[in-house]
Every structure is written in C-alpha cells, then in structure tokens.
Design a protein around this ligand. Structure first.
Ligand code: FAD
Length: 508
C-alpha cells in the first residue's frame, strides 16, 4: 500500500456524539499539513438528534481543555450550570437522601483512605456526624455554593471536583461551530444505503436519498439508536442488559427555571423508575426513566408532571431504549460512538463520558488504511471493561435497595447480578474495601458514596487504621470538618457565581 494514511473520515450523525467526535478530530487532522485528513459529518434534519443528555462527569473539563475551550464561555453558550454531584432521594428506602459528590472525604491519613478512619471512629464516638460532612463537594451542594477549586497545596478549598449541566442542543451547536471553523465539513442528507467493498466487507461509502455518495477511509457511526453502520452494515450484535437494568423508557419535559439554582443533579426514585432534575440557566430539565413493564406511559407522564417543582414548558416527550452495548464497537473500518455503541440509562450521567473516552481511544489507537485488527481489539477490550464497570455501578443503585413497595423494587431486590457486582458488595460488606475493575472509571470515593449511601454498613474496616491514637484522630476529623464548613461558608452562592462569571444571554 503506497500511502497508508487515513485521508478521509466520515462521521455519520450530528448529535452530541457526532460533534464531540468531529471537534477533536478537526482540531488534529483537518488543518493543512502532512497529516491532513478530511473530516465530513453527515446528518439528517429529518431525523434529528435525541435532544437529551444534559448532565456530565468531571472529565468533560479535560475534554474542553484539550479543545482549548474557555470554561466560562462554554457555560454561557450552553445555558449551563455547575455540577458537584448527584443528590439521591428515596433510593435505598423512602424518605432517605444521600449525595454522590465529586471528590474524596478528606485527605488520606497514614496512607489509608479517609473513610476507613471514619468507619473506625463511627464505632467509637457517639453522634459522629455522617461521612458526607467530610466531602467538600457535598457540603457545598447542600449550601448551594459554588466556586472552582483553588490551586496550591491540598486543602478544603480544592478537595473537590465539578462537572457541568448544559442544554444538549446548544452544546452540539457549540461544538459544531468549533469543528466547522477548524475545517470539518457538514453534509445535510438522509443516508439510505451503505456500500460495502466486495473484497473485504469494509464500508466504501454511504448513499444519500438524493443520490449523492459520500466515500471515506474511516467511518464513525454516531447515528444514535439506529446504529446504521455498526449494527445495520457490520452486524455487530447488541448485548442486552435489561434483565439487570430494567428501565427501558423515559418521558422528558422542560420546566421553568427555579431559584436557587442548585449546583447538582437530583435523582428521585419512584415506584417504577426514577426522576431527574437538571438545573440550567434558562430552564430546568426533567425526565422520568421507567420500566414500561411496571407502569403505563400515561401514568409515567403523569408521575413526571406531578414531580416538577415549576411550570412545565411543554408536553412530555417519550423515549425508548434497551440498556446494553455493542459487543464490538469497532469492526473493520467502522467505529461506533454514542448511542450507536450502547446505552446504560442516564442515572450517573455516563453516556457523554463514553463518547469522550471512545473518541480519545480512537485517537490513541488511530489506524492507517491497513486497519491492523489488534487496534480494534484493544479499543474493544477497553470499552468492554468500561461498559461492564459502569453497568455494575448503575445496577448497584437498584440492587442495594430496602424498598419492597412496588413491583420494580421487588424485582431489583431479587434479580441475579454479575459475579463482579456480587464480589463488590460482599467485599465492602465484610471488609469495607472496594474493588476497582476499571482504573479509569469511577474511583473508590464514588463507590463508597453509593455503598454507604444506600445503607450498606461494613462489618469491619482496614485494621491498619487502629494503630492511630483515637483522640488525635478525632481532633483531626473535628478540625477538618470545621475547615470545610468555614471554607464553604465563604464561597459564593451558585446562582451568584454564574451571574458574575458565566451568565448566559437571554434566549429569544
Ligand atoms: P443522537 O442524538 O440520536 O444523534 C443521532 C444522529 O444521527 C442525528 O444527527 C441524526 O440526524 C443522525 N442520523 C440517524 N440516522 C440517520 C440517517 N439515516 N441519515 C443521516 N443521519 C442520520 N447522557 C449523559 O451523559 N448525561 C445525561 O444526563 C443523559 N441523559 C439521557 C437521558 C435519556 C432519557 C436518554 C435516552 C439519554 C441520555 N443520555 C445522557 C445519553 C445522551 O443523550 C447521548 O449519549 C448523547 O446525546 C449522544 O447521542 P448520539 O449523538 O449518539 O445520538
């Protein structure tokens, strides 16, 4: 092969996944030079994008930084707000609340995780405050405060992380502008056929309804649940995980903005699923995710509307999905990203994270025209590890429930779980330790937030923490708690911070 460089990438689909792929690829490859590669994105206005997906995880900041985006401009342009974590209501048991915050519960002490010391003190000290009091992000969220973490030595003022909430349509438009400015091209048209090379079954081109043919070397399937290339042409099987994650439907509706603007997502468990609340500058995003076997669509819509805290701005829009993933997200010269590659329901805002990690891995293992199969194998291996780890993380919310008040919760309490998740639960129950299957995924503090938050009390803890003098340890905890509360008390209100630094223009 004379020149094996990929010279043309075709991205199929212009939703969040399509533009999140186009932006970094255009940044790297579309400019004139020896690496130049055409980036062409095809999207159909007749089909449109899914239009949800508005809560994220902290690594989105690294994605933005790599693109050179300014944080405040990003928040303004997407009507965004800041996210310190997720408040869970009625999960585990009705009336119970806990918070999954971004960050740890204080610094390690003698190389042992802070919650290990808390687990010990909890047994020795009467009325010890809950572990969440040592999570800066949680204390900030409860007080509705926000300011970005400071640099410098570790302290209460930087012991947390944050992500964003944003309007999905504005986010895709923002990245589209970025990608087009850097040389990506956009074609509007409906793909009606996929042309395969007879000699090896690789995709040669996609054909549009008006007869145009778009050829390329590498095809990125961002066609959403339709999975036109990865499912339709490459026939990569879909692994259905709905026995473990039974929700298969959602109703979504925007409602009026509510003050104070909370710096967190809220997830409230319901009889047949759960409801999200995502605060944005121009509106609140809401949705009810549910299992259609346990509630009718009409009832689900009524539950959603009854759970709003402000006036609905539209009628609920229904969505269907099957939780699971493509067994292989990269087959021959097709790489699937976004919903085309799988979907695990939005409980922990992980879908956009999968897109970011997928495009990052594609760049890391970027092929040439020979498409050496080990590149695809490594990409698929890493994606499988990530999918399975996130699957367990989300399933944990359902499995560790004391609720038996509806069919869904009785089903979840009794459902079989993968060995990996059973091991995770038993490891924590018996020893207070956590297993990390995916080192790039949710870290120990996130698992601990959930395991303790859902009410699993470990029978023991790390024995090394017993070597520390109990009084000195308690003093450390008291001082740290004071420092966190004092620091948070001096932070601005989330709404005020946005008004001062990232206020979005009023929309027409
Ligand atoms: P889509 O948005 O569906 O885009 C598909 C694109 O393909 C469109 O541009 C369409 O025009 C194009 N297309 C399809 N067929 C053709 C064709 N024949 N010809 C030409 N073009 C075609 N993720 C999060 O990270 N956080 C969340 O809070 C979150 N909440 C969610 C809530 C719900 C209820 C659901 C269902 C998903 C949620 N997600 C969330 C997931 C998130 O919405 C998606 O990961 C993200 O929007 C990416 O979607 P996509 O671009 O893959 O697909």
């Amino acid at each position: 092969m004379s020149n094996p460089f990929i010279r043309k990438i075709v991205i199929v689909g212009g939703g969040t996944a399509g533009w999140m792929a186009a932006a970094p690829l255009a940044q790297r490859f579309a400019a004139a030079g020896p690496d130049r590669c055409e980036i062409v994105l095809v999207e159909s206005p007749d089909i449109g994008s899914i239009g949800v997906g508005e809560a994220t995880l902290p690594p989105i900041r690294a994605y933005n930084r790599t693109l050179g985006l300014d944080g405040a401009d990003f928040v303004k342009r997407t009507q965004g707000s800041f996210k310190l974590g997720i408040e869970f209501r009625d999960w585990g048991r009705v009336g119970h609340r806990f918070f999954h915050g971004f960050g740890d519960f204080g610094p390690p002490i003698e190389n042992r995780a802070p919650w290990q010391h808390w687990l010990r003190l909890q047994r020795e000290v009467d009325r010890l405050p809950g572990y969440e009091d040592w999570s800066t992000s949680t204390v900030m969220a409860k007080a509705n405060r926000f300011t970005p973490p400071e640099g410098g030595a570790p302290s209460a003022a930087n012991a947390y992380s944050f992500a964003y909430h944003f309007d999905a349509g504005l986010y895709a438009a923002y990245l589209r502008e970025y990608a087009l400015q850097r040389g990506a091209q956009r074609i509007e048209g409906l793909i009606v056929d996929v042309e395969l090379r007879p000699e090896d079954g690789f995709v040669a081109a996609v054909r549009l309804a008006d007869g145009r043919r778009v050829d390329g070397d590498l095809f990125i399937d961002c066609s959403g649940f339709r999975a036109l290339l990865i499912g339709g042409a490459m026939l990569s099987p879909y692994e259905d995980w709905s026995a473990l994650l039974p929700c298969n439907s959602a109703q979504a509706v925007p409602s009026e903005r509510v003050d104070p603007l909370t710096p967190y997502t809220t997830s409230t468990a319901k009889a047949a699923g759960w409801q999200w609340r995502i605060p944005l500058q121009h509106r609140t995003g809401n949705g009810h995710v549910y299992c259609s076997g346990f509630i009718s669509d009409d009832e689900a819509a009524s539950t959603l509307l009854a759970g709003l805290d402000s006036q609905a701005l539209d009628t609920p829009r229904q969505l269907r999905f099957t939780t699971g993933r493509r067994k292989q997200g990269w087959v021959k010269n097709v790489v699937a990203l976004g919903l085309a590659s799988g979907f695990l329901e939005p409980l922990e805002s992980t879908s956009i994270q999968f897109i970011m990690d997928g495009v990052g891995r594609l760049i890391q293992f970027f092929p040439d025209k020979r498409f050496k199969p080990h590149l695809a194998a490594e990409f698929n291996r890493l994606m499988a590890v990530q999918y399975e780890s996130v699957r367990d993380f989300i399933a944990l919310h359902y499995k560790l429930t004391e609720r038996r008040d509806s069919e869904l919760w009785r089903y979840c309490a009794a459902m079989p779980i993968p060995d990996t998740l059973a091991h995770q639960i038993e490891l924590f129950r018996s020893t207070g330790r956590v297993a990390i299957y995916d080192p790039e995924g949710f870290a120990e503090p996130s698992w601990v937030s959930l395991l303790l938050g859902l009410g699993l009390q470990p029978e023991s803890y790390d024995p090394f923490v017993d070597h520390i003098d109990a009084q000195a340890l308690l003093q450390h905890f008291v001082r740290l708690r004071q420092a966190i509360h004092q620091t948070v008390g001096g932070m601005p209100d989330h709404g005020d911070y946005i008004a001062r630094h990232a206020k979005a223009p009023a929309l027409a």
